[in-house]
Design a protein around this ligand. Structure first.
Ligand SMILES: Nc1nc2c(ncn2[C@@H]2O[C@H](COP(=O)(O)OP(=O)(O)OP(=O)(O)O)[C@@H](O)[C@H]2O)c(=O)[nH]1
Length: 317
C-alpha cells in the first residue's frame, strides 16, 4: 500500500463518494483535503493492522470476503466505502479485503470520521443509510442461508428416488415416536412393506422399470396414509408406514388397504406401456410393553417374513 498524495490535490470529487452524497459544504471539502490517498496493487490485501479506519474506494475494485460470507464475496466499486462499522465500534476490521485490480483509496482516520458525523448531519444520515443497507444485505444473506440449510436438511432426510423419508430420518424419529407413545400410553404401529419378486421384476423389465415400480409403490403408501402417519423407504425395495396412535386392528386394516391398492397399481415403462402388476407383502406390528424401537422393527420384519412364507401379496401379523 503506497501513499500517492492527498485528496485535496487529487482529481477525485466529493460528490462521487456515497458517504458525502448531497453534501455541498466547503467545510467538508476542507476537512478531507489533507486525507491520504493510497494505492493498493491488484491482488494485494488491505492491511489495517489494529487501527480501524474508513476507506473510500476512488478507483479500481475490491473484494470483501465477509466473516459471515463463507466464500461469498462482495464487490466494492468506486464511491463505496469499507470499514465504517470498524470505526463506529472501534474494532479492527475482520473482513479480508483484496484489490481485484490496481485501486486507489481515500483513507479517513477515525477521529475525522467522528468529527464529520458530529458537525454534519448529512454525513451522519448518509452513514446511517449505508449501515442500514449493509444490515439489510446481511439479513437477506442470513435468510438465504437458513433456507438453503433447511433445503439440504430436508434433502438429507428424504430418499432421492421415492421422496419418502429415509433411514437417517427413521433413526432419528422412530425412538422419539416410541418414547411419545409410551409417555401417552397410546398405541404405535408399524407396517413393513416389501415388494414381491422384485429381483425378477428388475431382471425382466430392467432397472429403470424397477425404479418406476418403487416410485409407484411409494405413491400408493403416501396416498393411503393420514397426515399424522409417516412413510419411509427402509431399504432397497422395503418400505415402512409408521402409524402413531393406531392399535393393531386398525393397522391391519391400513395394511390391507395398502396391499390391495398396490396390487391394483399400474406401473408404466419408459414407453408409457403398462407393466405386469406389482404386489407387496406386509408385516404389521404394534408396540408392546417393554419393547424398544428395535424390537418393534424386528416384530414387523418377522410378520413380513410370515407373509412371504404364506405366499406373498398378503398381510402377516
Ligand atoms: N430398480 C431398483 N431395484 C432395486 C432398488 N433397490 C433394490 N432393488 C432390487 O430389489 C431386489 C430385491 O431382491 P430380493 O431381496 O432378492 O427380493 P425379491 O426378489 O423381491 O424377493 P422377495 O422379497 O422374496 O419377494 C434386488 O434385485 C435389488 O437389486 C432400486 O432402488 N431400484
Amino acid at each position: 500500500m503506497i501513499v500517492t498524495g492527498t485528496f485535496g490535490a487529487s482529481p477525485y470529487r466529493i460528490r462521487d463518494l456515497q458517504l458525502f452524497r448531497d453534501i455541498d459544504d466547503p467545510a467538508v471539502a476542507r476537512a478531507l483535503a489533507d486525507c491520504r490517498i493510497v494505492r493498493l496493487p491488484r491482488g494485494e490485501a488491505l492491511e489495517d493492522g489494529l487501527r480501524a479506519r474508513l476507506y473510500i474506494l476512488l478507483a479500481g475494485s475490491l473484494a470483501v470476503e465477509a466473516a459471515l460470507g463463507e466464500g461469498n464475496v462482495d464487490r466494492i466499486l468506486p464511491g463505496e466505502s469499507v470499514g465504517e462499522q470498524s470505526v463506529l465500534d472501534d474494532a479492527a476490521n475482520l473482513d479480508a479485503i483484496v484489490a481485484l485490480e490496481d485501486s486507489e483509496l481515500l483513507v479517513i482516520e477515525p477521529d475525522l470520521v467522528w468529527q464529520l458525523i458530529e458537525s454534519h448531519n448529512g454525513v451522519a444520515r448518509n452513514l446511517l443509510r449505508l449501515m442500514s443497507f449493509r444490515i439489510r444485505a446481511t439479513n437477506a444473506r442470513l435468510r438465504r442461508r437458513q433456507k438453503l440449510g433447511e433445503f439440504y436438511r430436508q434433502l438429507s432426510l428424504n430418499d432421492a428416488l421415492t421422496g419418502l423419508y429415509n433411514r437417517a430420518w427413521l433413526n432419528d424419529a422412530l425412538p422419539k415416536l416410541v418414547a411419545r407413545a409410551r409417555q401417552d400410553s397410546g398405541p404405535l404401529s408399524l407396517v413393513m412393506i416389501d415388494l414381491d419378486h422384485f429381483k425378477r421384476f428388475n431382471d425382466t423389465h430392467g432397472h429403470m422399470a424397477g425404479d418406476a415400480a418403487l416410485v409407484a409403490a411409494a405413491g400408493v403408501i403416501r396416498a393411503a396414509l393420514r397426515p399424522t402417519d409417516f412413510a419411509v423407504r427402509y431399504g432397497g425395495e422395503e418400505m415402512m408406514a409408521i402409524l402413531p396412535a393406531t392399535p393393531q386392528a386398525q393397522a391391519v386394516m391400513v395394511a390391507e388397504r395398502l396391499c390391495a391398492r398396490m396390487r391394483e397399481t399400474i406401473v408404466f415403462d419408459d414407453m408409457r406401456l403398462p407393466l405386469p402388476h406389482i404386489t407387496g407383502s406386509l408385516g404389521v406390528a404394534t408396540l408392546v410393553a417393554g419393547q424398544d424401537e428395535r424390537g418393534l422393527v424386528e416384530a414387523a420384519d418377522a410378520a413380513l417374513y410370515r407373509a412371504k412364507e404364506a405366499g406373498r401379496d398378503r398381510i402377516g401379523t
